[in-house]
Design a protein around this ligand. Sequence first.
Ligand code: ADP
Ligand code: MG
Length: 338
Amino acid sequence: MASDEFDIIRRYFNVGALAFPIPELVLGIGDDCALLRPAPGMQLAMSMDILQEGVHFLPDSDPYRLGKRSLLVNLSDLAAMGAKPLCFTLGLCLPGVDEQWLEAFSKGLAQVAQEHHCPLVGGDMSSASPRHGSKTLCIQVQGELPVGLGLLRSGANLGDLVYVTGSLGDAAAGLRVLQDAVKVSPVHRAALLEAFYEPESRVAAGRALREFASSCIDLSDGLASDLRHVLQASGVGACIELDSLPLSSAFREAIGAQEQKRLAISGGDDYELCFTVAAEKEAAMRAAMTALGVPVTRIGVITNQDGIEWRDQDVPLTMVVSGFRHFEATPLLAEASS
Ligand code: ADP
Ligand code: MG
């Protein structure tokens, strides 16, 4: 039985499956800081994501899948920058010592850490305030990429084509499955839950896109919201063809035809990449993505008008849609806002 924070770290986190060596790591868990030595000519990329019980995940979430998801959503930011993952740190705020939970959560983390050669190098741990006895998980990832070669949000140009990887809306549909709000066949149910818990890693795609894309972002809050960040940073607009949005068969079964397009652009948690590419680089980009086995779909074009024009063949659309925004949206659990 783990008795205190140091015991927990020793048993579940400072273990070979998670805290393994990589060449860039001079010193890992155990001192006041981890020490990293990036290769010459490389710059560090850093990003952090908080996952709060009741806001980002349901209280009874499978801890193994939650461990995988926590690291995957962080790696998604590195992917969107075109960076290679190096290592990560972990902050945990827990209401108590639940060894079964810790065991499964750390195994899920380790699975993704090993797949991406991205070890745990440090962190912090605290007991949660008894007044708010929920879990908070925080991960910071470090990655590297050649100096000057980051895939920024600000590079989209007039006439560039807008692309997304994978399919849209599956994670939002998966959340509805978890909340028992929709009914689907067992195979599609499994596919949607997987989309929510284990978003596809687009790290390899992001690194390859450094050569082709003019801008890139990962879709965490929904296309409608995230694409706007790119447009604002780049000082351009976009025209998006709603009929070309990539929708999976599981998504089509779960979500009524009326609602599909709206959910595909406003639902969060897809962690697919949305990027822009100049027309003359389109063929080479497609070939590179095919070689990686990453499906990509052209959904529109960059314009010089403000904001997003949503085009729909069926309905002339003046859709007012936005993605998820903290402090504005209804949280997963109503009591999470109190
Ligand atoms: P400090 O008091 O200097 O912040 P701690 O006593 O909190 O250090 O942590 C001791 C060591 O354990 C540090 O190297 C820290 O990075 C590591 N550590 C703490 N919490 C975690 C965790 N959740 N996962 C991995 N390493 C951790
Ligand atoms: Mg500390």
